[in-house]
Design a protein around this ligand. Sequence first.
Ligand SMILES: C[S@@+](CC[C@H](N)C(=O)[O-])C[C@H]1O[C@@H](n2cnc3c(N)ncnc32)[C@H](O)[C@@H]1O
Length: 258
Amino acid sequence: MRYWIDIMTLFPDTVGDMMNESILGRAQDRGIIRVETHQIRDYTKNKQCQVDDYPYGGGRGCVMQAQPLYDCWRFINKAHGERVHTIFLSPCGKTFTQSTARRLAADYDKLILVCGHYEGVDQRFIDECVDEEISLGDFVLTGGEIPAMAVADAVCRLIPGVLPDPECFQEESHWDGLLEYPQYSRPEVWRGRRVPSILLSGDHAKIARWRRKQSIIRTRLRRPDMYGKLQFQDTKQERKLLAEIEEEWEEAKNGSEI
Ligand SMILES: C[S@@+](CC[C@H](N)C(=O)[O-])C[C@H]1O[C@@H](n2cnc3c(N)ncnc32)[C@H](O)[C@@H]1O
């Protein structure tokens, strides 16, 4: 087993079903990764299996209590025989990016992901057990399950053997600060729209150059923030490509399309 993720949630079946599908499901079957879900409610000590209570100080909604979370977390750590790096999914955390996924895949071989619900989680559990807080973005969801699945998915697909080849993720958006070029599949013409002829040429060098150019243009158009941080290679080919893009960019400003 190369990577093991434990997810603490009130909806273990939903999360488990999703993580057992497709590429991640097959990687689990092959013993490369393991994603295990844990029902926090199983660790309550009251008859009603209640996991939440009113917030001290007043206010709307309920807060998840520290005790069931702590007992569930301790059970997982005990099963592993070590204290596992623990992440609480929270809109107050640092925004998740591809570089976070790369760091988590490289620095750990186990993770615990804690999904909050209701108004959130008693701060004392976070202070006691959580190593970092991760947000999926600047919006609020009803629970941490979708963010936890997003983190688990993004991390697991970087684990060697999960995808057929590292090229599968190294050529994708956000790996090297660029967005991916447009992709096409069969047929050659669909609803009058043709696949760019260069992709049918069989000339691999020209195709690679076209794809890089499309990636650069797309990043410049859609994500000027990312484009501003790009560091281009100081080679004759790269300079030529950038000059070509610049020329087309200027032409586009004057009315014709890139
Ligand atoms: C309704 S939210 C609680 C929001 C909290 N009261 C606040 O204002 O920050 C319930 C749970 O969903 C999860 N959640 C919601 N939005 C999230 C986001 N953007 N990223 C990660 N987790 C999120 C967290 O686990 C959170 O504890």
